[in-house]
Design a protein around this ligand. Structure first.
Ligand code: DP6
Length: 369
């Protein structure tokens, strides 16, 4: 597959106006994407659990406009106009224009809501960009289906192609967004052991997953809800010329190979080692960048230590992972729900800002509403 294959034939049909609504979840990486080449191509493959409850719902309304000179859109978050979101969306539109040539022909109203608070420190880019990409794909699907100059086969939009192109577009908005479309696990980045994996889009993890990982739980401890000092985009760029970058990319590739057998066998001890090491390596890359930075907070470390002690004492299979921030994702099998929640409430909530946390679990991807 090449990017060229996502460029459609010129549309001959036209729609005056309409709207589509999609909800799309966030995801949490087990093997992390950190470092990218030009055009949002990842330096290494990554894999994530798709989440269930942390999601964005986006309604895209569109109406044909007179001139097709410029992009025209407005953005609302929870019914409030958000002009500060516009530059990111404008960049996204520029990156995807060649693949969706109708973009300048319409005025768009983008109305979005998140199930998690905007100021939770949980990035909404994965869920937000994937929901928007899906809405835009629905517009394209309608244009293609109404095109009488196309053959019946060309008009019938294959579901697989729809998802693949939506993921391809979402990637151009935010890399990790391309893993959010399907569940329960998403893979992005070419990996020799995974047929069909690609640097251009995310795919549903194609192999057997052991019962132990079914309905896996993710309780997100909100340690710091503020704006991050360093955005992911800046962090990715600091991997260029990073002294440990090449070793890190190799390690991620190997971890992806290893996690395939772990997911199959259900070996939770190996899973814990791999996932926690990935989280700490991600932050180690930040600490060894130039300029260097630290996104963990003292309470992030307090929580990690408490998890290690709890595991030692009880034999629990609870573990943690981190994204590019201070919050801690506490991962555990469904059969430990009661004990781990009790542990979280009695020992970890004290380290969360205002005692806030979000209980989530593995989910199955985006939905057209
Ligand atoms: C640490 O996808 O947010 O969460 O492509 O620049 O938008 P951009 O970056 P983004 O980076 C996510 C990094 C991560 C790891 C991961 O999700 O794999």
């Amino acid at each position: 597959m090449t990017a060229q294959q996502f460029i459609p034939k010129p549309y001959t049909s036209s729609i005056e106006n309409g709207s589509f609504t999609w909800s799309s979840p966030s995801n949490i990486a087990l093997v992390k994407y950190w470092g990218k080449k030009e055009n949002q191509i990842p330096e290494n493959p990554s894999i994530s659990f798709t989440l269930n409850d942390c999601k964005t719902t986006t309604r895209l309304s569109f109406s044909k406009k007179e001139s097709a000179d410029d992009f025209s859109f407005e953005v609302f978050l929870d019914d409030e106009k958000k002009d500060d979101f516009k530059p990111k969306i404008e960049t996204f539109f520029k990156r995807i224009e060649a693949y969706l040539p109708f973009l300048k022909q319409y005025h768009f109203k983008i109305e979005t809501t998140n199930t998690f608070p905007h100021s939770s420190g949980i990035a909404s880019s994965a869920s937000g960009m994937s929901a928007l990409a899906l809405c835009l794909m629905s517009v394209e699907k309608e244009l293609v289906e109404r095109d009488v100059t196309l053959s019946a086969v060309e008009r019938s939009f294959e579901k697989d192609f729809f998802i693949q192109k939506a993921s391809f577009l979402a990637r151009l908005g935010s890399g990790s967004a391309c893993r959010s479309l399907e569940g329960d696990l998403g893979v992005w980045g070419k990996h020799d052991a995974i047929d069909g994996s690609s640097d251009l889009f995310g795919v549903k993890y194609p192999f057997e997953v052991h019962e132990n990982f079914k309905n896996y739980q993710d309780t997100i401890l909100l340690v710091d809800k503020g704006e991050k000092q360093v955005s992911s985009t800046v962090g990715h760029n600091l991997m260029h010329g990073h002294p440990f970058a090449q070793e890190r990319f190799k390690q991620a590739d190997k971890n992806l190979t290893d996690i395939i057998s772990i997911l199959k066998s259900g070996d939770l001890d190996k899973f814990i080692k791999l996932v926690e090491s990935e989280a700490l390596t991600l932050h180690a890359m930040m600490m060894t960048s130039m300029p260097y930075f630290i996104l963990m907070k003292p309470n992030t470390l307090e929580i990690i230590n408490k998890i290690w002690v709890f595991r030692q004492k009880t034999g629990s299979k609870v573990c943690f992972t981190l994204d590019a921030g201070a919050n801690v994702h506490v991962l555990y099998p469904e059969n430990e729900c009661e004990d781990v929640l009790e542990f979280i409430k009695s020992e970890l909530v004290a380290y969360c800002q205002k005692g806030h946390y979000i209980s989530d679990r593995i989910g199955f991807g985006a939905k057209l509403l």
